[in-house]
Design a protein around this ligand. Sequence first.
Ligand code: SAM
Ligand code: SF4
Length: 329
Amino acid sequence: MSAPLEDSFGRVHTYLRVSVTDRCNYRCVYCMPEEGLTWMPREDILGFEEIARLVRIMARMGISKVRITGGEPTLRTDIIKLVEALRAIDGIEDIAMTTNGHTLAKLAKPLADAGLNRVNVSIDTLDPAHFGRLTRGGKLDRVLAGIVAARVAGLVPIKLNAVILEGENNDQIFDLVDYCAADAADTELRFIEYMPFEERKFKSVPAEVLRETLRKRYTLEALSPPGRRDGPATHVRLKQNGLKLGFISPLSEHFCASCNRLRLMTDGHLRTCLAHDDTPSLRDLMRAGLTDSQLEEEIRAMVMGKPSGHDCQITGGTLFEGVMTSIGG
Ligand code: SAM
Ligand code: SF4
């Protein structure tokens, strides 16, 4: 084991998100333009051996949790091999995936067999037509079948991610709660604030407004002590049905001071902060022939240069840089 991945503000990093593809079969209104994006050429995308190599190096520096994301990670043809490769790395204790669920009915079992521990599935409404509009072509029945399959395969607890947008789906909050409450024992519903990348297309709903809405029907029992967080989310449990809710509120309740995460982007850039695009590509350094210990030094220097945080607010402040799909959320 080498020294932990600490930055200049004393934050120690144990969690890595890996965006394994920028491609997606959906076009969610808050994530991608309607016409899609120009996909990265395949040779620019990290190969699965390259991802595994970087994760192995970072595991020696204390990364123990990996989340596979994208784009839509299940579109990668070698996704099962990748999960197997990550599972074999010493020090990696937890492997999770964030997916739109479209192909999960078929893939949940092979993914679990390969060593995936858990999934987060994104679902912003339970109305099939509305779902089709928000995802620009997504199929709600497939996602719901995927969630069932994930539960059967033991990919639990399942976290369902909902991005709530003012005037778009803020009428869906109680339907989502009711749906999740039916399996409260192994489900967490997470409300994620919309983050504006490059332009502000929607109005984010602040976490406190969501909690106020929920209090009209439920008693919210705080699970995160004031000022303390379990990762980026603050948690409550609904007294009436036992459902755990998470609020991820990067705009209305900044959590930069306790950020323990790094993001390996599709093209090998290491994003030390979700909002800022500021490091050279590890892919290029690897392909230029750097050894593992040289790469370790580079990664350490990048983490040391991590900014203190971002300045994006519910209204105003700076915007997030780059494209969500190659960063991975
Ligand atoms: N395709 C997968 C999915 O949708 O779950 C994984 C990638 S997606 C980029 C990861 C997460 O980011 C999803 O839960 C999605 O809802 C969320 N997301 C995408 N764009 C966002 C934005 N502008 N603000 C907040 N969350 C966003
Ligand atoms: Fe695709 Fe996920 Fe972005 Fe939706 S949020 S467009 S499913 S990457």
